[in-house]
Design a protein around this ligand. Structure first.
Ligand SMILES: [Zn+2]
Length: 499
């Protein structure tokens, strides 16, 4: 049972006398049928558009309320079952002095509050409840209960729990509602956006005023928590974007990356070294030592990716503004406020598997980080076996902070040299396997590049870059360009502090 929005009075019924059967003209019946979406006003079952299996229902029985015989506002359309059952019964609510409501079935006209629901005036849904828990359904079909006096009396007067209706609702529950819910759930779980929208729309259609058993279906949707999901208007379709005509794709130089390698596909070789490093990080501390641009930062990125502990704290000393910045970066990476004290930071080292990745350590003294800071860090690493650390730099750690007497802060770090690539790794790098669609360098060019660059990964990358440019531009003198760049590298790569 659902609320019915009453249509305007049909002309053939206007200003008609209380006598006669004007209520039963074709126009009135058709208007009522349209008003109720072709459904019975009480049980919400289909009413045939033509024929006699439906009856104009006088909400206030015409046998009792004689003046309302042709009153449009008193008319509804009901199925033969509901109409017959209700017949001339009309309960009203009588409140006694103690405000206790009792119901009286009246036989002569009285102006009391009806004890049943006129669905064209009162929304029935708050007054009715449905048994939707599976165990109850197995025992007693899909029952309907009155949550209020109005609900209870409507059910009793119209006979809405008669076996005839229970059977119809049970069939609707199992054949329509459950399968629809299953399809909706399936789509929400694994479906494409389109499939979701289709299933939501299909389910929402069951809740529409014009659908039979609408009240039951809405209660079912509320019971299963999907009413908001399916009642939401579909998100407006995004406007088709103005698609720019696609530029014909030119060659993309696979060797443009000059910074640390983020894309694992571009990280060539060093498998054995990475494996050993990962193994030694179980609470251990390592110092990666190697020439500039040999790939230390890229190795740190791989270690960061592979870390299976709780927290990684990456700090690049060359990017720090000073000593406070060092501590605030530590704090923030440990989930503390930026101004946390050294003590708070130290406490945060406990109780979690932590990996410190400290890059460009030779920049530390220049940034105001002192040996005592490193000693503090060493003590933390030493006293917490759950903390691992990798420091990377160009020189042995003991050289970096000068000759402080008695200093041994670095002695917990196992030095590991980052070496050149092997010949095979270097050749693979120049074959740019991460960009298989781009034009390959021929073996002769690869050989020539390696002759000029050696097996230093950054130099090889640069050799690849210039040689690749020449593939698409015959005027590009890649040998001269590479030579110039390698000389610049030698100038720039003097370690910090050597002037
Ligand atoms: Zn009915």
């Amino acid at each position: 049972m659902i609320k019915i929005e009453r249509l305007p009075c049909p002309p053939s019924l206007k200003d008609k006398s209380e006598e006669g059967n004007y209520y039963n003209t074709r126009e009135v019946v058709e208007t009522l049928w349209k008003m109720q979406h072709g459904k019975c006003c009480y049980c919400e079952m289909d009413l045939p558009e033509k024929g006699h299996l439906k009856a104009v229902e006088h909400f206030k029985p015409k046998a009792v309320f004689k003046g309302l015989r042709n009153d449009w506002k008193n008319l509804l359309l009901a199925c033969a079952q509901c109409n017959g059952k209700k017949s001339n019964k009309f309960p009203v609510i009588l409140s006694d002095e103690n405000n206790v409501e009792s119901v009286l079935y009246i036989v002569d006209e009285r102006d009391e509050t009806p004890a049943i629901i006129d669905p064209s005036k009162i929304d029935p849904e708050p007054h009715l409840a449905y048994e939707l828990d599976l165990d109850r359904i197995h025992k007693s079909f899909v029952n309907i209960r009155g949550k209020s006096v109005l609900g209870r009396e409507t059910i009793a007067t119209v006979g809405l729990t008669d076996a005839f209706y229970l059977k119809a609702r049970r069939r609707w529950y199992w054949r329509v509602l459950m399968p629809s819910l299953a399809r909706l759930s399936e789509a929400e779980l694994d479906g494409s956006e389109r499939e979701k929208q289709t299933q939501r729309k299909d389910f929402a259609a069951l809740l529409a005023d014009k659908e039979i058993h609408g009240g039951l279906s809405r209660a079912f949707a509320r019971h299963h928590g999907v009413i908001d999901l399916v009642s939401k208007p579909a998100a407006p379709k995004p406007k088709p974007r103005q698609v720019k005509p696609r530029q014909p794709k030119g060659p993309i130089n696979p060797f443009t990356n000059t910074a640390a390698i983020h894309d694992p596909a571009q990280f060539i070789g060093r498998e054995k070294m990475l494996r050993r490093l990962s193994n030694s990080l179980n609470g251990g501390c390592v110092a990666l030592i190697g020439e500039p641009k040999i790939g230390k930062s890229s190795i740190l990125l791989r270690l960061k990716e592979a870390w299976r502990g709780d927290t990684v704290v990456p700090i690049d000393f060359s990017g720090l503004t000073g000593r406070d910045h060092f501590y605030s970066k530590l704090a923030v990476n440990l989930g503390l406020k930026a101004d946390a004290s050294e003590e708070e930071i130290g406490d945060a080292f406990e109780e979690r598997r932590l990996l410190l990745l400290l890059d460009e350590i030779e920049a530390a003294p220049v940034k105001g980080i002192r040996e005592e800071d490193m000693s503090w860090l060493r003590a933390k690493c030493n006293s917490h076996p759950n903390v691992s650390a990798v420091i990377s730099g160009q020189r042995q750690l003991c050289d970096i902070f000068g000759d402080s007497a008695g200093s041994a802060w670095d002695n917990i770090f196992i030095p590991k040299q980052v070496k050149y690539l092997t010949r095979a790794e270097a050749e693979t790098l120049l074959e740019h396997p991460w960009a298989p669609d781009e034009m390959p360098l021929v073996p002769n060019t690869i050989r020539e590049i390696l002759d000029k660059t050696g097996l230093h990964p950054y130099r090889i990358q640069r050799g690849g870059y210039h040689a690749f440019e020449a593939l698409h531009d015959p005027d590009y003198d890649w040998r001269a360009e590479l030579q110039q760049e390698l000389e610049n590298c030698n100038m720039q790569w003097r370690p910090v502090g050597e002037g």
